[in-house]
Design a protein around this ligand. Sequence first.
Ligand SMILES: NC(=O)c1ccc[n+]([C@@H]2O[C@H](COP(=O)([O-])OP(=O)(O)OC[C@H]3O[C@@H](n4cnc5c(N)ncnc54)[C@H](O)[C@@H]3O)[C@@H](O)[C@H]2O)c1
Length: 361
Amino acid sequence: MEKRIKIGIIGSGGIAGAHVKAYKELDYVDIVAVADVVPGRAEQFIAKWELGFAAAYDDHRKLLELDLDGVSICTPNVAHYQTTIDALNAGKQVMLEKPMSVTLEQAVEMVQTAKKTGNMLNVGFQPRYDPNMALLKDLVQSGQLGDVYYVETGGGRRRGMPGGTFIREDLAGAGAIADIGCYSLDMAMNTLGNPKPVTVSAYTSNHFGTNRKYHPEADRFQVEDFGAALVRFDNGLVMNFKISWAMHMDTLGATMFLGTDAGLKVTPAGKGPWSGVWDGSVGSITMFHDIAGHHTESPIPTVEHKKNLFHEKVRDFVEAVRDGRPAPIPGEQIVRNQAVIDGILRSAKAKREVEVFIPEF
Ligand SMILES: NC(=O)c1ccc[n+]([C@@H]2O[C@H](COP(=O)([O-])OP(=O)(O)OC[C@H]3O[C@@H](n4cnc5c(N)ncnc54)[C@H](O)[C@@H]3O)[C@@H](O)[C@H]2O)c1
């Protein structure tokens, strides 16, 4: 008989529902417990998602006392650190929502705890499951661009500011950079083989979020709605990163990889006011190169697919738990993403370039 996998959910807000939907597609998975700090919220979630006899808690540590194979951590960013540390120490395999944490120091400790306990710390960046991301990575890694010396990524929403927990510093820790910027960073850095950042010089602002004209919760808006940074990596590569939740501009441009033999332009897949940021999947890929001395633009055929990327990430996590495989997207990789975010926040505050130190694991 197939082994049943027991899952707990920590944080029962919006994205936890997407996790449940994906788990429900796997007939060997049981969601046995839900925890949320707001009393009554876990019970409501269990009723809404028809989770039968699942246990409800308002303290995640109680949930972690159960015999579980894995947990989905779906709390606001600030709580990612403690819930992950507690889950790993309680012997659970962890599926953590993005961004990994708020600071680099926290991310490092999370990875060290995963190593020490031998448990999985998997960070859920679902765009990795887009076949076009694999295509893009293959293209860049194949050497067809020559040496890649510059990448530009991120992008801008003309208007697309969330509210609620996403704009509170005590819960989100950071704004657009952490919320959507972490995706562009992962998509670019994973494509490039996850280089190690060494310095960051950044600027952030929140002219839109704090203005009632643009945001109904302006009085409670405490994070950045725009950021720009120059990041240097230890292999000499430079990244120009910019991200906005709101701006008076149509676009901040495409993602670009410049190499000594060819360049690639990548556009985001989404449409509408909340798009314009490379934070999901791939729209188009164009290669710029010279053929017989002629400037040539070659559209790269993208892969048509109907995959639900979110479901793919949850399935891959569960199968890794079931089969005893390592984390599909290990915290050890994503710590470099967090290092850039941490560097941006520190540099913007200090108004100067800062160095980034990531220990070896
Ligand atoms: N991968 C994606 O596509 C995606 C999309 C949206 C959000 N997210 C990420 O998911 C996380 C949650 O986002 P959301 O939109 O569901 O937020 P939300 O505010 O809707 O829900 C978060 C829930 O966590 C609870 N909570 C807070 N601290 C807790 C703790 N210590 N223990 C247990 N519960 C706690 C809150 O009470 C709330 O119910 C964020 O980190 C966000 O960046 C990912």
